[in-house]
Design a binder for this molecule. Structure first.
Ligand SMILES: Nc1ncnc2c1ncn2[C@@H]1O[C@H](COP(=O)(O)OP(=O)(O)O)[C@@H](O)[C@H]1O
Ligand SMILES: [Mg+2]
Length: 358
């Protein structure tokens, strides 16, 4: 998982704020040099707090943080080799782009020629060389965002901490900035720790995703691992595209899960006891004669919605009063195409379903 030597290590870190709020608990993580890690989780799960502790803006209540081999507990932000791009970054309005980007170098006492050289290089890398002499209020949202990143990158931190930096951008720009950030990160070899609540953003950029809920780590893995093998019910649900069925798995050679939605065969070897079946929406099919015998599970419901994105249609099927399943089908799906409010039957192979205990 880690790519290079450990760069940032959190060892059983916890943060309890003065009012008793446990924001982060028992958080252990090793980030390799040059790795792009995303903290992914819903609002309030402790992402910003963890990032601030790495940057030195909050002190851990318990546990140790090590950066480049040295314990940094108690070390102020300016004496750590970290940079931080905050959720709401403030650029200096009276300075132009190049001056904004060079400000940190000036603080560090670099002379004008040395500053210009570094600033020019970053501006070019970030595609900002054309606007170097513009005031920041003459920039688009995406350009401002890039200035904020350039300003943090130019001082060559070993680790850059980014707190939802793309949140304010519209969808098109956000996806462009995602690939640009990833390119710059790889080019400079800086370790990135990136906070987001959007799973698509984490999936698009990160080498490693840390899924968080309630101040704790739910799962650490590559985007592919998190997507195909969610380890917990929370991750399966948060990542989306998954249908969950709760119940109890019976013991025996042909185990089944029984619950409020019915009785379903599950993979042999599934642990007996309370569990959830997780079926990815692209693994569910509308019942059709061409489905093979492998499709040994079925559930009925009412088609209540459909959405076409690209060439994939996502159908929403109400399978219980408070439960909607999704099935993704290719636009060119053969056979009967159901219409809204029609009763439908969804089928899937038990071999394609994950069974998560708990
Ligand atoms: N300064 C603070 N004092 C008390 N509670 C805080 C403070 N900052 C954050 N919290 C609480 O800590 C929890 C985690 O917050 P935060 O780290 O900001 O989460 P996230 O970035 O994932 O949205 C939340 O319950 C939040 O309300
Ligand atoms: Mg936050």
């Amino acid at each position: 998982m880690t790519q290079g030597a450990p760069d940032v290590v959190l060892d059983r870190v916890a943060k309890v704020y003065g009012d008793g709020t446990v924001a982060v608990d028992d958080f252990s993580l090793t980030v390799g040099k040059g790795e792009f890690v995303a903290f992914l989780g819903p609002s309030g799960c402790g992402k910003t707090t963890t990032l601030k502790m790495i940057g030195g803006f909050e002190e851990p209540t318990r546990g140790d943080i090590t950066i480049a081999g040295a314990r940094v507990n108690g070390v102020p932000p300016e004496r750590r080799s970290t940079g931080m791009v905050f959720q709401s970054y403030a650029l200096f309005p009276h300075m132009n782009v190049a001056e904004n980007v060079g400000y940190g170098l000036k603080l560090r006492g670099l002379d004008k020629a040395a500053r210009a050289q570094k600033v020019d290089r970053i501006l070019e890398l970030m595609g900002l060389d054309d606007v170097a002499t513009r005031k920041v209020d003459q920039l688009s949202g995406g350009q401002r965002q890039r200035v904020a990143v350039a300003r943090s990158v130019v001082v060559e931190p070993d680790v850059l901490l980014l707190d939802e930096p793309l949140g304010a951008l519209d969808a098109n720009l956000r996806s462009r900035m995602q690939s640009e950030l990833k390119r710059i990160q790889k080019q400079l070899g800086i370790t990135f720790i990136f906070v987001t609540h959007a799973q698509s953003e984490a999936m698009a950029m990160a080498d490693t995703i840390v899924v968080m809920s309630n101040g704790r780590i739910e799962q650490i893995g590559s985007p592919a691992e998190i997507f195909t093998r969610p380890a917990t019910r929370f991750t399966a649900q948060f990542i989306g595209n998954n249908n969950l069925i709760d119940g109890t798995v019976s013991a025996g050679a042909s185990p089944r899960l029984d619950g409020p939605l019915g009785s379903f065969p599950v993979k042999p070897g599934s642990p007996a006891g309370p569990a959830s079946i997780v079926v990815r929406s692209d693994r569910m099919r509308f019942d059709h004669s061409t489905l093979g015998d492998g499709y040994d599970c079925a559930i009925e419901g009412t088609l209540i919605g459909e959405e076409l994105v690209g060439s994939v249609i996502t159908y929403a099927v109400q399978v219980a009063p408070d439960l909607i399943f999704h099935t993704e089908q290719h636009e060119t799906m053969t056979g009967h195409v159901p219409t809204l409010n029609e009763r439908v039957r969804l089928r899937w192979p038990s071999g394609d379903a994950l069974v998560l205990a708990g």
